[in-house]
Ligand binder design. Structure first.
Ligand code: SF4
Ligand code: SF4
Length: 71
């Protein structure tokens, strides 16, 4: 499985998220966009490269990125 056929599931825990925007800023693939309150929305999950920076940089452990076996 390589980056072109990899599928991921990205979850944001709204209860933990404090709307800091770090995940949006660190994502070079522009997967996220913020809603009007700053909550990150997963806009383009197919662009995700599974770098996991959003997950690693979230100060509140509110992001999980999981590779999905799509064979
Ligand atoms: S980095 Fe974490 S707390 Fe900050 S906006 Fe993203 S999910 Fe929310
Ligand atoms: S894993 Fe990387 S590419 Fe995927 S949403 Fe997070 S920061 Fe963006």
């Amino acid at each position: 499985m390589n980056k072109t056929n990899m599928a991921v599931t990205i979850r944001i825990d709204e209860a933990f998220c404090k709307r800091c925007g770090f995940c949006i800023e660190f994502c070079n693939a522009n997967v996220y966009e913020a809603d009007k309150d700053g909550l990150p929305l997963v806009k383009d999950p197919e662009k995700c490269t599974n770098c996991r920076l959003c997950e690693l940089r979230c100060p509140d452990f509110a992001v999980s990125v999981e590779v999905v076996d799509n064979e």
